[in-house]
Design a protein around this ligand. Sequence first.
Ligand code: NAP
Length: 256
Amino acid sequence: MEASLQLKEGSIQRDEVVVISGAGSGIGLATARRFAELGYRVVACDIDPQRVDEAVGDIGQGRHDVWGRAVDVTWRAGVQDFVSQIIDRYGRVDVLVNNAGITVDARIESMTESQFDQVMSVNVKGVVNLSQAVIPAMRQAERGVILNASSVVGLYGNFGQTNYAASKFAVIGMTKTWARELGPSGIRVNAVCPGFIATPMLAAVPDKVLEKVVQKSWMRRLGEASEIADVYAFLASDAASYINGVALEVSGGISL
Ligand code: NAP
């Protein structure tokens, strides 16, 4: 894979295919845009068909090779079918960004079984489903990059987020396990742990809490989705060719 971070507005079309889940919103959308700018062939999926169509139209604009489909990452058979379609279409998957994720917050005393299961299903099982579906193609090619969305909550926990914290710690555990299992086959696996990033996901967080977060942050601001997209692009590139099994915090130093 050519390192091409300098191709900021690169019009060079590359052969590599990147698959991004949850690409209809927030960080996933910014990441799809970033990889398209870098010349990758972008495959976008999201649970919401309208958002996928909008993302594909918006990013593609006749300039970039972007294709997408509505996929619920928790539905294993649907994910397998989606990846088969990608292989039929492109014959390869070079990079997978397991970005789709949800929050359903409640304190431990009031969290229902359904709230716990919902979050674990998307944030953990969804990551397993998509990864298992693309790994055979990566193994065959003896190369590939899997990037998993964790969170600072997956490093430090967070009030009211038992389910989300469990899921994001799990993502780091899976990342480190797969880095060992797949590294010898030329497949790198890393996790990104964003701090608080201004996306629709933060709509569920009360303003008062967000103000506190900004005050606690040494950058005195929330992060931008594009700042996480840039990290995914770096980790996918050959500039990161010896980075395997890390959980990279990208939070403006919020934990300092
Ligand atoms: P977002 O704006 O809510 O985008 C997530 C996208 O994933 C949404 O379009 C969502 O659809 C979709 N999605 C949800 N369930 C899905 C499923 N079962 N199958 C396929 N797609 C599904 O969130 P974001 O802030 O960009 O977050 C992206 C990732 O970064 C998540 O894994 C999140 O946990 C992580 N993260 C975010 C922050 C932050 O501060 N924003 C911080 C740390 C980590 P719906 O909207 O319909 O659910």
